[in-house]
Ligand binder design. Structure first.
Ligand SMILES: [Zn+2]
Ligand SMILES: [Zn+2]
Length: 207
């Protein structure tokens, strides 16, 4: 049931160390990243690499972007043909570490305008970011059970949710509804954001 990725790998590390679970005491700290887009979320642009269409995932991503947009009037991500967009999306095959169906990474722009990767821990703890890259591994997507419209949408919606500073809803205190996009794993179908997804997005960005 585990869809491991960038953030779940970090949480797994926490559990093994037995150190950070006590810091995840409430929903806002457990399920929402303190780091966020420096510019806010009201006028973000996204760009789909041609590989997204090659792997047949363009409609899944567009559906997921649209339904996150529809969840808060304060969140808007619009399609762009500019490769320097705020959110860039790629799909490949065996392009991610073993066990990863999707990976979302945050970057800041240094004084030279170069994108510098930010560690997951720093994003969780509040480092602002300027760019996000989402990558899907089509081979591992299938191996991990993200097949069919609903589950591929769930995977795409999950990764976009990270770009909007959503964290994992299975983090303690976990939500009981596993249908949320932000509840990791392919065990349930989730064609649309759940009420938990919407409430957390609005908590972060407003209604
Ligand atoms: Zn995740
Ligand atoms: Zn919560």
């Amino acid at each position: 049931m585990v869809k491991r990725n960038f953030f779940s790998a970090f949480i797994l590390g926490c559990l093994i160390i037995g150190y950070c679970s006590s810091t995840f005491a409430s929903h806002d700290t457990a399920h929402i990243l303190k780091g966020q887009f420096r510019q806010g979320a009201s006028s973000l642009t996204y760009w789909l690499d041609s590989s997204v269409n090659s792997y047949g995932m363009q409609s899944h991503f567009q559906h997921a972007f649209t339904n996150w947009n529809n969840s808060s009037s304060k969140v808007n991500m619009s399609a762009s043909t500019n490769a320097s967009s705020d959110i860039k999306v790629y799909v490949g095959s065996n392009n991610l570490p073993v066990g990863y169906a999707g990976l979302t990474e945050m970057y800041y722009l240094n004084i030279f305008g170069t994108a510098v990767l930010i560690s997951p821990n720093n994003v969780i703890n509040g480092t602002l970011f300027d760019r996000v890259t989402i990558r899907i591994d089509d081979t591992q997507r299938i191996a991990l059970g993200y097949t069919g419209w609903d589950k591929v949408v769930k995977l795409t919606g999950h990764e976009i949710g990270h770009a909007l500073s959503m964290h994992h809803f299975e983090n303690n205190p976990a939500h009981s509804n596993q249908n949320s996009w932000m509840y990791s794993g392919s065990q349930t179908n989730s064609a649309y954001p759940s009420s938990d997804d919407v409430s957390h997005l609005r908590y972060k960005w407003g209604n």
